[in-house]
Design a protein around this ligand. Structure first.
Ligand code: SF4
Length: 722
C-alpha cells in the first residue's frame, strides 16, 4: 500500500490520532502550551516526565502542594514546549487511587502482609547475602526501567554486591537495534537531524506510534521545508500525519528493503568510494548483496519494484542529509527474528549515505555524563554478564534471558524496578513462574502490578515528582543536560524514592560505602562533568550541550572503522555481513486464515504504568483504542464488520475482542495495542480495557540478540458465537 499523507484525511481515519488530538482537553488540569500565564499564582519547579527514556523536561506548577498545571520546557529539544499525551496522563501519577501504602511481604498462602521498612530491608538484605554466599553474586540480577535515577542507583548497588547483571527492561529498550548498531559502529544509538534532513526513511514507526513532541515538531519543520519523509511499516501509525508518504509492507520484511537499497546505493561510484574509506569489509558485503535486486525486495515486502528503485535514487540525491531511521523501533527490543540484523544493515547503509554526525544526517556520537572522575565513579565487577554466553550479540545483556535463567534456577535473586515483566513479555505465565522460582524477588513500584503480585517483597516507590532525581543527557543532534527537582511532598507517607530504597538495601548488605553521598551530591557531580553548575542547570531545567562534529567521531570498533563483517554474528548463526533473515513465523507458510498478531504503543500508551493512569484509561475507553485492528479486505473475506465482537485464538490463548476494520494495516497482519488487558485487581483504572497481546506469544528470543519475539506469533480470528 502506497499512500500520500495529508493530516486531514489521516486524522479522520485514525482513532488513535483523534485521541491524541483530543488529549489536551481530556487531561484536565494539564496545560498543553508552553506559554506561562503571568497572572497565575503558582510555584513552578523544573522536573521531567519519567514515562519513557526521553525524560521530557517540564515545569510543574503547584498550588497548595499539588501539581495544578504542567508546561513543557521549550529549551528541551525532546519536549519542545509540550508533553505527549502519555506525559500529560502520567503527570497525575501522584494522586492515583491505586498507590501502595506500605512495604509488603508475601505469605505462604500467596497473600501479602504489610511490614515496616526496617523489617523489609533487613530481610531482603539477608536474602541477598545468603544467595551470594550460596550461589555467588552472579545469581543476583536486576531489571531497570530506563530512567536516570532508577538505572544508576540500581546498577551501582548490584555492582557493589559483585553482580554485573543489570538489564534494561525490554519494554522501554531498543536492545536489538542498539546491538546491531553497536556491532557495526561501536555506538548503541543515534538520533536523526530531522529538521535539516532532505530525506528520512523511517522504519517501524508503528511500534512507538507517536514519539516525543520535539521529534514531531522537527518532522513538521522538515516537511514544511520540502523534505521527503517516508514511513515504511505494516501498520500506518498516527505519526504518519507528519510523513510525506507511507509505504505499507508485509510485517517483518523491512530488512529486504534495506538490503536492496544498500545494493542500489553501492552501485553509485561516488557513494561507494567515499564509504570504502570509512568501512572495513565493504567489498565482502557488496558481494553478499548481489542478489538483492529491487525485484526480489518487491516480492518479499509487497512494495512496487519501481518505488524501491526510485527510493535508491532519492536517497542518493539527498545524501548526506539523508538516512534510514530505525530509532522508533524501540519496543520490546525489536520483536522480530531479524531485528538485530536489520539494525546492522541500517547502520551500514547509513554509513554508505555518509550521514553520520553531519547536518541533516544522523548523529551517533553524543556527549554523556562521565562519572569516572567523580566520587561516584563506576564500581568494577569481575563477574561476566550471566546472559552473554547465550546471547553474545546483545550490547547490554538480555533482560529476557535473565528471566529464563531465573526460571531455570541460575538466577535466584531478582530486583525489578518499575519493570512489570509479567505483563509485558511473551507468555505471562512463563514469566510469572520465573519470578516465583526465585528465592528472593523484589518489586519496587508505586502501584501493585502483575509482577509485584508474584514477588516475595513489594516496596512502595515514590513517583518521579515526589523526590529530587539524577540528571540525564538526552539527544545527539541537540544534546541537553536535564535536571529534575522535587516538586511535591510524597502523597503516600510510607513511599520512598528509589535512591532511598537502594540506600536502605545497601545498609542492609554492608555496601553502604558505595552510597556515601546524597542524590543532590551526585546530581551536582553529574552536572559538573558536563561543564554546568547544578543550581544554574536546575533553574533552567534543560541546558544545551555541544553536539559532536563529524570530524570528531572516533569509531569505537576493533578496526577503528565501521565494520561490515562480524565473526560473532556468524557464530550465532547469521552470515558475517548482514543478509536476508526470514521472520521466525510467516502467515504465508501457515496458509489462509492465519494472521500475524502485531503490537506496539499508542499515542496514549507507553508501558503498563501509563495504562493505569486514569486520564489515559479514560481516553482509551472513550475512543475504543483497545480494539483489534484488521485489514478491511481481509475482514470482508472473513465476513467480519467493524465493531463486531470476534475471538482471536492460537495454541497459547483465546480471547474475545471488539474489531476495528481499517485500510491502514496490511492484510496478513492484525494489531492489538500493548499494555491493555491488565490482570491485577488493584490496577482499577485500566480494569476491563482490552486484551493482552503478550498472552498470544510464546517465550521465544531473537537468536544471538536475546530480545523477546513479541511480534512473531500467528492467530486465527472468527466472529464470537459463530
Ligand atoms: S512519555 Fe512522552 S512526554 Fe513522557 S518522556 Fe516520553 S515522549 Fe516525553
Amino acid at each position: 500500500m502506497t499512500q500520500p499523507i495529508t493530516r486531514r484525511t489521516f486524522v479522520a481515519a485514525s482513532a488513535a490520532g483523534a485521541a491524541l488530538a483530543a488529549s489536551g482537553a481530556a487531561l484536565a488540569g494539564c496545560a498543553s502550551s508552553s506559554a506561562v500565564d503571568t497572572a497565575y499564582a503558582a510555584e513552578a519547579v523544573n522536573t521531567q516526565c519519567a514515562a519513557c527514556p526521553k525524560q521530557c523536561s517540564y515545569a510543574a506548577y503547584t498550588v497548595d502542594g499539588s501539581i495544578d498545571k504542567v508546561v513543557g520546557n521549550a529549551t528541551d529539544p525532546a519536549s519542545a514546549g509540550a508533553l505527549c499525551a502519555r506525559g500529560y496522563g502520567m503527570a497525575t501519577a501522584a494522586t492515583s487511587a491505586d498507590r501502595l501504602e506500605s512495604p509488603m511481604r508475601r505469605t505462604d498462602s500467596g497473600s501479602y502482609e504489610a511490614i515496616p521498612w526496617d523489617e523489609a530491608l533487613a530481610e531482603i538484605g539477608k536474602a541477598l547475602a545468603d544467595i551470594k554466599a550460596d550461589k555467588g553474586a552472579a545469581a543476583l540480577a536486576a531489571i531497570v526501567p530506563g530512567t536516570s535515577t532508577a538505572d544508576w542507583y540500581t546498577e551501582r548497588f548490584m555492582n557493589a554486591l559483585g553482580s554485573p547483571n543489570v538489564y534494561l527492561n525490554a519494554t522501554t529498550a531498543s536492545s536489538s537495534v542498539a546491538s546491531g548498531l553497536a556491532l557495526a559502529t561501536g555506538f548503541t544509538s543515534y538520533e536523526v537531524d530531522y529538521a535539516q534532513a532532505k530525506m528520512v526513511v523511517i522504519l517501524g514507526a508503528s511500534t512507538v506510534e507517536m514519539p516525543d513532541p520535539g521529534t514531531i515538531a522537527s518532522l513538521e519543520a522538515a516537511k514544511a521545508a520540502g523534505a521527503k519523509i517516508v514511513m515504511v511499516d505494516s501498520r500506518m501509525p498516527a505519526s504518519a500525519s507528519v510523513a510525506t508518504e507511507y509505504l505499507g509492507v508485509k510485517a517483518g520484511t523491512e530488512l529486504a528493503l534495506v538490503l536492496a537499497v544498500a545494493r542500489g546505493l553501492l552501485s553509485k561510484d561516488d557513494l561507494a568510494n567515499a564509504a570504502a574509506a570509512e568501512m572495513e569489509g565493504l567489498a565482502e558485503w557488496e558481494r553478499a548483496l548481489a542478489s538483492y535486486t529491487p525485484q526480489w525486495a518487491a516480492s518479499v515486502t509487497g512494495l512496487a519494484e519501481d518505488r524501491i528503485q526510485s527510493l535508491v535514487g532519492e536517497l542518493a540525491a539527498a545524501a548526506p542529509a539523508a538516512c534510514i531511521d530505525l530509532t522508533w523501533m524501540a519496543l520490546f527490543g525489536g520483536s522480530y527474528g531479524n531485528s538485530g540484523e536489520l539494525a546492522r544493515a541500517v547502520a551500514l547503509t547509513n554509513t554508505v549515505l555518509g550521514c553520520w554526525n553531519v547536518p541533516g544526517g544522523a548523529y551517533v556520537a553524543a556527549p554523556t555524563i562521565d562519572w569516572s572522575a567523580t566520587a561516584m565513579a563506576p564500581i568494577a565487577v569481575e563477574e561476566a554478564d550471566a546472559t552473554a554466553a547465550e546471547y553474545p550479540l546483545a550490547a547490554a545483556g538480555s533482560a529476557a534471558q535473565a528471566l529464563r535463567l531465573a526460571h531455570d534456577g541460575a538466577i535466584a535473586g531478582l530486583i525489578l524496578v518499575d519493570a512489570n515483566v509479567v505483563a509485558e513479555y511473551p507468555d505471562p505465565d512463563y514469566v510469572r513462574e520465573a519470578v516465583e522460582a526465585c528465592t528472593l524477588s523484589v518489586a519496587v513500584t508505586p502501584e501493585m502490578t502483575e509482577t509485584a503480585r508474584c514477588c516475595t517483597y513489594v516496596l512502595p516507590e515514590q513517583v518521579w515528582a515526589e523526590s529530587a532525581q539524577l540528571p540525564v543527557v538526552t539527544g545527539a543532534v541537540h544534546p541537553a543536560l536535564k535536571v529534575s527537582l522535587q516538586v511535591i511532598d510524597p502523597a503516600v507517607s510510607e513511599a520512598r524514592s528509589v535512591s532511598q530504597i537502594v540506600e536502605g538495601l545497601a545498609q542492609a548488605t554492608d555496601t553502604a560505602g558505595a552510597f556515601s553521598f546524597t542524590v543532590e551530591d551526585a546530581a551536582r557531580a553529574a552536572c559538573e562533568s558536563c561543564g554546568c553548575a547544578y543550581e544554574a542547570a536546575a533553574a533552567l531545567g534543560a541546558t544545551s550541550l555541544a553536539p559532536v562534529a563529524a570530524e570528531a567521531v572516533v569509531w569505537p570498533t576493533a578496526s577503528g572503522k565501521v565494520e561490515c563483517a562480524c565473526a560473532a554474528c556468524e557464530t550465532a548463526g547469521y552470515t558475517a555481513t548482514p543478509t536476508w533473515v526470514e521472520p521466525s513465523v510467516s502467515p504465508d507458510a501457515l496458509g489462509y486464515g492465519y494472521y500475524r498478531l502485531t503490537t506496539g504503543n499508542q499515542a496514549v500508551q507507553a508501558t503498563t504504568k501509563t495504562a493505569n493512569a486514569a486520564p489515559v484509561a479514560a481516553i482509551a475507553e472513550q475512543y475504543g483504542l483497545d480494539g483489534l485492528w484488521m485489514n478491511a479486505a481481509a475482514a470482508e473475506a472473513a465476513g467480519i464488520a467493524g465493531g463486531d465482537k470476534v475471538v482471536i485464538e492460537n495454541e497459547y490463548a483465546s480471547a474475545p475482542v471488539r474489531v476495528h476494520v481499517t485500510e491502514l494495516i496490511e492484510p496478513a497482519a492484525m494489531y492489538l495495542a500493548s499494555h491493555y488487558g491488565v490482570e491485577d485487581d488493584e490496577q482499577r483504572q485500566a480494569d476491563g480495557l482490552g486484551v493482552r497481546q503478550a498472552r498470544f506469544a510464546t517465550f521465544g528470543l531473537e537468536p544471538g540478540y536475546g530480545a523477546p519475539l513479541l511480534q512473531e506469533t500467528m492467530v486465527t480470528v472468527g466472529k464470537a458465537g459463530a
